[in-house]
Design a protein around this ligand. Structure first.
Ligand code: HEC
Ligand code: HEC
Ligand code: HEC
Ligand code: HEC
Ligand code: HEC
Ligand code: HEC
Length: 424
């Protein structure tokens, strides 16, 4: 029957969509694990921005390149030599272990511009009962399932309605065989047989309902994806203009000032903290960058003086000045229902700042590098090992592990997928 075929088609469509999402998700995983130390999609890091790479080079070329860039350069490939020289002959790591399919999935991910929600991460069931844990594609996944169910219900309703109509028609015809054809009954929307409404909903009710369903599905779908990407606090790439043109590239990169000199509570508390202007003054009482501004104090550094009330001419603080905090715009921000603790990760977990914030020391302007979505936390917890050996906290655990002949456990196995650990 026709409805069955329709159902099949629809299922195939949703499965198809899911497979593409799965590819993208795998690509994102591989990209984040292997490429982000040197590449971003939209900006130059150590290597070029990879946006539109599929337009610059053929898939075959990219596959060859990623597997062994040095070989491509040595083969005399003009393009490879050009970028190699452009990037000061820095050597890109070779990835001979990747299959063609894996590299293609990375290309698929790059094509999405890095914003596409990935769906596949939800496949693995958490090892310790956190079976509901979802991946980065939380929204797209639920959305797809939701839409599929919606479509099936819709089809079912059509099926029933069409059948009811047939049954009523039959009973009516049997009871009053001499009566006029039901088609001729005058209902307002039946009078004009040429109207679209008549054609769609009376003559071909299935087509009509499907059309309406498709429109609703489309609108819901668009809304869903937008929702996932624009959600406050989980915005990748967010890089607001700050009140002072402060550069991490200069301070943390060029002058190699330790991150925790300024973000001093990162290893002690939940918050990493933003330094107060007085921390800046430790140096900027003296560092005025006058050479750059014809002997004048740098206007950006002057903003620090304005905040704390420092008179650079006199070299003294202005008495009775009402200090004003610098209004830095917050970039990383989890929703209130999620709990994240810096000390747990920096001190106990020994996770580098860069694993979560990207190469901050290369940024003139800080931008959010990771989605900060639940799937991102979970993915790392599945893979990251608890440093049991060098940790007083885990003395007992260490003994238990030794007893069971294991070297390590992952954060997940240590309870890092339990909802209550991250949710109030
Ligand atoms: C150690 C740093 C490093 C890593 C890791 C790295 N790359 Fe590269 N990549 C580079 C550099 C540098 C270049 C520029 C060419 C050169 O100097 O060899 C480059 C160039 C490229 C190009 C050509 C870009 C263009 O604009 O034509 C592609 C494609 C590429 N890399 C893909 C990848 C992928 C995919 C990964 C992860 C699997 C990766 N790279 C990991 C450093 C790296
Ligand atoms: C000299 C002080 C200083 C040093 C050193 C420094 N930072 Fe910062 N950091 C700041 C200031 C000021 C801001 C707020 C303005 C901004 O976002 O650029 C900031 C912002 C940030 C943010 C974004 C905070 C938010 O709003 O979400 C991150 C992440 C960060 N720093 C990480 C690092 C890391 C990692 C290092 C070491 C590689 C580092 N910082 C070194 C002063 C510093
Ligand atoms: C450990 C010392 C140190 C600390 C702390 C420090 N800076 Fe700097 N800062 C420097 C040095 C060195 C320069 C380079 C000056 C030059 O180019 O002559 C600089 C340059 C700057 C510039 C660029 C000035 C210009 O116009 O070129 C700005 C803006 C700035 N710092 C803001 C800040 C802010 C805001 C803080 C506090 C969050 C801060 N700095 C903390 C050492 C420091
Ligand atoms: C495991 C991942 C992870 C690591 C490691 C990490 N951060 Fe963060 N960071 C985050 C998350 C998530 C947020 C948002 C927290 C929130 O909204 O409650 C954040 C927020 C921040 C902020 C702004 C808000 C705040 O907490 O004051 C700064 C500054 C910051 N991080 C700096 C650092 C520095 C410096 C390091 C290294 C010493 C570091 N982070 C290590 C994940 C991480
Ligand atoms: C780059 C890897 C990484 C990322 C990303 C990450 N974590 Fe973790 N997390 C760890 C490690 C490693 C530990 C183990 C620390 C320890 O030894 O207790 C941990 C531990 C935790 C714990 C304590 C778990 C327990 O069993 O006591 C919580 C809670 C936590 N993380 C929350 C988060 C949240 C929320 C996010 C996302 C916003 C996040 N983490 C992202 C690596 C990560
Ligand atoms: C490792 C930390 C971590 C664990 C474990 C975790 N979550 Fe989350 N969860 C987060 C973070 C961070 C967010 C906020 C970011 C986002 O919306 O994806 C979040 C968001 C959510 C949301 C809200 C999505 C929305 O629309 O904002 C729900 C619902 C949720 N989690 C349920 C759960 C359930 C149920 C579990 C247990 C199976 C769980 N979480 C375990 C970190 C975690």
């Amino acid at each position: 029957m026709r409805l069955n075929k329709l159902l099949l088609l629809l299922t195939a469509f949703f499965l198809g969509a899911k497979v593409t999402l799965a590819d993208v998700a795998e690509g994102e995983k591989l990209f984040n694990a292997n490429c982000t130390s040197c590449h971003a999609i939209n900006e130059k890091v150590v290597g070029p921005a990879l946006k539109d790479i599929d337009k610059r080079q053929s898939e075959a070329w990219i596959i060859k390149w990623v597997k062994n860039p040095q070989a491509v350069i040595k083969s005399g490939d003009a393009y490879a030599n050009k970028i190699y020289n452009e990037y000061n002959q820095s050597q890109m790591t070779a990835f001979p272990q990747f299959s063609d399919g894996q590299i293609k999935s990375i290309i698929e991910y790059i094509k999405t511009g890095g914003a596409a929600p990935a769906a596949a991460a939800a496949d693995g069931v958490a090892p310790n009962g956190g079976g509901q844990a979802t991946g980065e594609g939380f929204y797209s996944q639920t959305m797809l399932i939701g839409l599929s169910i919606f479509a099936v219900i819709l089809l079912f309703i059509i099926f029933i309605l069409v059948n009811i109509r047939k049954v009523i028609e039959r009973i009516y015809n049997e009871k009053f065989p001499e009566e006029i054809d039901l088609e001729d009954v005058k209902l307002p929307w039946k009078q004009n047989k040429k109207s679209t409404r008549y054609k769609l909903f009376v003559k071909h009710p299935v087509v009509g309902t499907l059309a309406v369903g498709a429109i609703i599905t489309l609108v819901l779908g668009l809304y869903g994806f937008d929702f996932a990407n624009k959600k406050v606090g989980v915005q990748k790439g967010y890089a607001p203009v700050q009140p002072i043109n402060y550069s991490h590239e200069l301070h943390a990169g060029k002058y190699k000032i330790n991150c925790q000199y300024c973000h001093s509570s990162a290893d002690k508390s939940k918050q990493a903290s933003i330094p107060s202007a007085s921390t800046c003054m430790n140096c900027h009482t003296y560092v005025k960058a006058k050479e750059k501004y014809n002997g004048q104090v740098s206007p950006e550094i002057q903003k620090i003086y304005n905040a704390v009330g420092y008179d650079a001419e006199k070299g003294a603080y202005i008495e009775g000045y009402k200090q004003q905090p610098i209004k830095w715009v917050r970039i990383h921000n989890l929703p209130d229902h999620a709990y994240f603790n810096h000390a747990q990760h920096v001190k106990i977990g020994k996770v580098e700042c860069q694993s979560c914030h990207g190469p901050i020391e290369k940024m003139k302007v800080v931008s959010q590098q990771r989605s900060l979505q639940m799937g991102w936390c979970i993915n790392c917890h599945r893979e990251a090992k608890v440093d049991v050996a060098n940790n007083d906290y885990y003395e007992k655990l260490h003994k238990d592990l030794k007893a069971s002949n294991k070297d390590f456990i992952t954060v997940a196995q240590n309870g890092g997928l339990e909802c209550a650990k991250c949710h109030y």
